[in-house]
Design a protein around this ligand. Structure first.
Ligand code: HEM
Ligand code: HEM
Length: 180
């Protein structure tokens, strides 16, 4: 099934979910290597790759959100309480906010620091922030914090998925893992 149904996520939502899981994990590790590199030509080159890859991620996250908004989402298990339903919703939207905040803060940090953001050298993103070193520092600290919040949220998210599968023994994890 390409689209989501009442009982399961479809192929597109599953692909977005797992491809973005891998790409986000990779970017978090790569970003940490980048932050530890000494200033110089090598760091500039690595930063260029990290930024272009981050821009691809931003686009994928936008497409993923659009796809979610035009689709149904699978129904929660019947025994879900109102509080649990609220928590599940809040967690999903919180994950979206954090996914967006990471690349956006990266782009704003670069622009405020006076570095253009290029897409694999093919074109440059329009500049919407003037150079401002104070602002660059603020976005750097946001960029250095949001990924930690994302990792913490994902631990909670995985914990909830495993709880559904092994304790409640319902279909929630299978909805995101089972083939079409
Ligand atoms: C979802 C996509 C992205 C992820 C997961 C990500 C992740 C990270 C992480 C974990 C760090 C290390 C932060 C630290 O501990 O200080 C980092 C550093 C960095 N990121 Fe990103 N990033 C993403 C997108 C971007 C984008 C789109 C840009 C710019 C256009 C960018 C620019 C940078 C720069 C310049 C650094 C190095 C900062 C320094 O020298 O300390 N990132 N990134
Ligand atoms: C970067 C890491 C992750 C992020 C940002 C993330 C984000 C999300 C989001 C936003 C949803 C809602 C559906 C959607 O809009 O696509 C979702 C659903 C789901 N995720 Fe993740 N996820 C991550 C990693 C994982 C991992 C490692 C697991 C493995 C246990 C997992 C299991 C699930 C399950 C079972 C669902 C369906 C649950 C439901 O609908 O309540 N996720 N995830």
């Amino acid at each position: 099934m390409i689209k989501n149904t009442d009982n399961s996520y479809g192929l597109v939502a599953k692909s977005f979910h797992w491809v973005l899981f891998m790409m986000l994990s990779f970017s978090i590790v790569a970003g940490n290597f980048l932050a530890d590199m000494p200033k110089g030509a090598e760091k500039l080159e690595a930063a260029g790759m990290h930024k272009s890859f981050g821009a691809v991620l931003l686009m994928l996250i936008m497409f993923r959100l659009a796809w979610r908004l035009v689709n149904t989402t699978p129904r929660l298990p019947d025994e879900t309480t109102a509080k649990e339903a609220f928590l599940a919703k809040a967690m999903h939207w919180g994950l979206y906010v954090l996914m967006f905040a990471q690349p956006l803060s990266g782009i704003m940090m670069s622009q405020a620091a006076g570095f253009p953001v290029s897409f694999f050298g093919l074109f440059e993103f329009p500049v919407f922030l003037n150079e401002n070193s104070e602002l660059a520092k603020t976005f750097l600290s946001i960029h250095g914090t949001v990924w930690i919040l994302l990792v913490i949220a994902v631990f909670g998210h995985v914990g909830a998925a495993l709880h559904h599968h092994f304790v409640k023994k319902d279909n929630v994890l299978k909805q995101m893992t089972k083939g079409a």
